[in-house]
Design a protein around this ligand. Structure first.
Ligand code: NAG
Ligand code: NAG
Ligand code: NAG
Ligand code: NAG
Ligand code: NAG
Length: 754
């Protein structure tokens, strides 16, 4: 009796303790629970509902109840790949990682849009004028493809879209492709009719996004930032709507696929400081949905984490080409991001002197700067006005009190090594001063307009802001020295169009290789225009710069190629783009790369070179890759916990049949194989042209490839041998298969080590 009562008391005490513990553990666990991504590999249970059930079974095992499992999951990944995102404690995450069916568990992080410094963050009103000033122009550029990407679906994972923009008119569009399975999610400012035959689907992803952002932004696919609309219209803006900014940028070649359909996946949300960021759990949900929905191309102008690269891997395995930005952390080496071998990583180039602005001095001499200065339609044209100049940099202190009424202020470069932000601030202060003081123009000199200072042209409302390099500033200075009342006249900027893209310079902000994660893969893959790109934002059109703007150019080209060659794999499409890229301009001068110092561009600046859409349409040969090889690469190099047998004696990256070769540690001779497939004229003979990286002997065998109707595929051997024993830097070469005028070129990078 006494025994039983004491045991009952003990039992009650235990229960109380247990309750307390559960309570405490909950409170504790609750405060330290974080969003985790649990990746389980391929989908193994036919119906998505079964996939979801399997996730909950697993979590129930761990958490103890179905309710807890359901409450903690924020996304189930169930179409393109299997996995889920859930609120877990560190301990729970660790336990899950030990489950045999779990490939990997990692924390959700923040991803950001890859535009460059925006003019707005300085608090200056550099918005473009009302859309009424815009006039349409014909779809410009060189693209000979006439299919315009019809029936191809580009998934744009970004900050949403502005459906009212003229760039997304669906006038004249046929029915939505029947394979489309996507959704049009509605919200307070987004009705079902906001989707159309142009914007065929729209979804948004809120998990892991800050409450602040959800308050500022719209809980719908609507773009409150501008980045997503800009990117979508660059990739697939309707042709007739390509507008100009007050007559500037008319007909600039932009290689988009104007008849392609757009599917919107909003994962980026406006932050209170005006950026666009999102959570990686949402990003993976968007990719999973896009695979299900049936997109052909995924365009991602954002910084993703390598640990999420399985999302793109599954997309590529389903035949979707995935295009990412390289990032804006150039020109320092090893800054390139999004470098998985299965994606196309895009660098940004800029057309030199794209908006030349003529300054006529009082002595009739003319010098040239760059600006986005335009003439109001009703104005009577430029006239000569006074030139003002101080011997000091144009900071607010120095300018204080200077009378700039009606005058052109000339600002000299800042002394020493100023960082870009200081240059930027000084410029902004000077522009503000001139505008507030009733001045007419600002001529702002930098050591070179193409280096680390202001690399994107500012739109200065009301005044002309002209950027000049030091030489030009000196010419103006000399004239001012010998003249008692110097004057000058600034003409509106002109647009240089077309062919210059051929030799466009790699922009200083564009992130550079080699890849931190995969030094034996050349990244970025390709460069495309990314500076001063005019595209839709809201109802208007604005200039933006960044690799964000470059990636959608490539997505557009991919759409054109898909329409032309529906059966090409993502690897074949990528190969066509890389092997046909321009490395010289029309005069045969090499493409340059901005930075200190400015130099000839190499594969770590631009991969294959500047994109050449017409060349890519007919590449002759392609380096194709079976998507299963990517899987093996992923299993052997990224997730080391694996069933796949990995051959440790081979350089892992070099096992892939990539249209490039990189050897980051060349100590001993290495031999690699590459395979090319003829997609051009059936009976063709190609000859190898071999440029060895300096210090390296590169042998290719055989040197001649003969294709006919039975021999469509050929392999060749590439042997790289170091010529000396030394600790070297990277050197670069190429292998080009030539037939008549056709050249199929791949870049080579090697670094000798001891
Ligand atoms: C989009 O939907 C909103 C809200 O339903 C509506 O006011 C707007 O006119 C629609 N825009 C278009 C282009 O259909
Ligand atoms: C041009 O038109 C705008 C708006 O209609 C007006 O504000 C401005 O004063 C005009 N400028 C000239 C030079 O007539
Ligand atoms: C300009 O100078 C005046 C007096 O010389 C001073 O009161 C004012 O604060 C200065 N303004 C700026 C922006 O430095
Ligand atoms: C690993 O291989 C074994 C036997 O080949 C197989 O039964 C198992 O399902 C595999 N595991 C995974 C995670 O693929
Ligand atoms: C293609 O070339 C191979 C090797 O030269 C030859 O054996 C084969 O007969 C050729 N096929 C045709 C259809 O000519």
């Amino acid at each position: 009796m006494s025994f039983s009562s004491s045991s009952r008391r003990l039992c009650i005490a235990w229960v109380l303790l247990l309750c307390l513990c559960v309570l405490l553990c909950r409170v504790q666990g609750g405060s330290s629970r974080k969003l985790y991504i649990v990746y389980l590999g391929d989908v193994k249970h036919g119906h998505p509902d079964h996939v979801v059930a399997s996730h909950h079974d697993m979590l129930t095992d761990l958490l103890g109840s179905k309710e807890e499992s359901v409450a903690s999951v924020v996304y189930n990944y169930k179409h393109g790949f299997s996995g889920f995102a859930a609120m877990l404690t560190l301990e729970q995450a660790k336990q899950l990682a030990e489950f045999p069916e779990v490939v990997r568990v990692h924390r959700s992080k923040t991803h950001t849009a890859t535009t460059t410094r925006s003019w707005d963050f300085l608090g200056l009103d550099y918005q473009t004028p009302a859309s009424g000033l815009l006039h349409g122009s014909n779809y410009g550029g060189d693209c000979v493809q006439k299919n315009y990407g019809e029936d191809v679906i580009i998934g744009v994972v970004d900050s949403g879209i502005w459906p009212e923009s003229r760039s997304f008119s669906d006038e004249g569009y046929g029915p939505i492709p029947s394979r489309w399975k996507g959704k049009c999610e509605v919200g307070p400012d987004w009705g079902i009719n906001n989707c159309s035959r142009k914007i065929i689907g729209a979804r948004f992803y809120t998990a892991g996004v800050s409450d602040e952002s959800l308050k500022i932004d719209s809980l719908s696919p609507r773009d409150r930032h501008g980045h997503g609309t800009h990117c979508a219209s660059t990739a697939a803006g309707s042709a007739v709507e390509v507008a100009s900014f007050n007559g500037l940028a008319q007909g600039v070649a932009r290689g988009g696929a104007p008849r392609a359909c757009i599917a919107v996946y909003k994962t980026l949300w406006v932050t209170d400081d005006g950026r666009a960021t999102g959570s990686t759990v949402g990003l993976l949900a968007a990719i999973d949905d896009a695979i299900y929905d049936g997109v052909d191309v995924l365009s991602l102008s954002l910084n993703d984490m390598e640990e999420n690269s399985f999302g793109a891997l599954h997309a590529v395995q389903k035949g979707i080409t995935v295009v990412y930005t390289s990032g804006n952390n150039g020109p320092r080496p090893q800054t390139v991001r999004n470098t998985s071998p299965w994606v196309i990583t895009v660098a940004a180039s800029k057309v030199d002197r794209s908006f030349p602005t003529v300054i006529t001095l009082g002595n009739k001499h003319q010098v040239v700067g760059q600006s986005l200065y335009y003439q109001a339609k009703n104005s009577s044209g430029s006239s000569f006005t006074d030139l003002l100049f101080t011997n000091l940099p144009c900071t607010a202190d120095v300018l204080n009190g200077t009378d700039v009424r009606g005058a052109i202020l000339v600002c000299l470069p800042l002394p020493g090594d100023q960082d870009a932000l200081t240059t930027f601030r000084t410029f902004a202060q000077a522009a503000q001063y001139v505008r507030n003081g009733g001045g007419s123009s600002l001529i702002f000199a930098q050591y070179t307009t193409d280096n680390l200072g202001i690399t994107t042209l500012p739109v200065c409302q009301g005044i002309a802001c002209v950027l000049v390099d030091l030489d030009t500033a000196e010419k103006i200075g000399k004239y001012m020295e010998v003249t008692s009342s110097p004057v000058a006249k600034i003409e509106p900027a002109r647009t240089v169009t077309g062919k210059q893209i051929l030799g466009a310079t790699v922009a200083s902000f564009s992130s550079r290789g080699p890849s931190h994660d995969y030094p034996d893969i050349i990244k970025p893959d390709i460069a495309a225009p990314g500076a001063n790109i005019l595209a839709a934002v809201g109802d208007s059109y604005e200039f933006m710069s960044g690799t964000s703007m470059a990636a959608p150019h490539v997505s557009g080209v991919v759409a054109l190629l898909k329409a032309l060659h529906p059966n090409w794999s993502p690897a074949a499409i990528k190969s066509a783009i890389i092997t046909t890229a321009h490395v010289t301009d029309e005069r045969g001068m090499p493409v340059l790369s901005e930075g200190l110092p400015r130099k000839t561009a190499d594969p770590f600046d631009y991969g294959g070179g500047n994109i050449n859409p017409n060349g890519a349409a007919d590449p002759g040969l392609v380096y194709d890759i079976d998507a299963r090889d990517y899987n093996k690469f992923f299993r052997c190099n990224i997730v080391r916990r694996t069933n796949v047998s990995c051959d440790a004696t081979k350089l892992p990256a070099n096992q892939l049949n990539l249209p490039s070769i990189a050897v980051s540690e060349l100590k001993h001779p290495v031999t690699m194989w590459r395979t090319v497939k003829n997609v051009g004229e059936v009976d063709s003979v190609y000859h190898a042209e071999v440029h060895s990286p300096s210090g390296v002997r590169m042998e290719v065998e055989p040197l001649v490839l003969v294709f006919n109707s039975t021999n469509i595929v050929h392999s060749f051997k590439v042997k790289l041998s170091p010529m000396w024993k030394l600790q070297g830097d990277y050197t670069f070469g190429s292998i080009t298969w030539r037939k008549d005028h056709k050249a199929v070129r791949i870049p080579i990078a090697a670094r000798m080590t001891i």
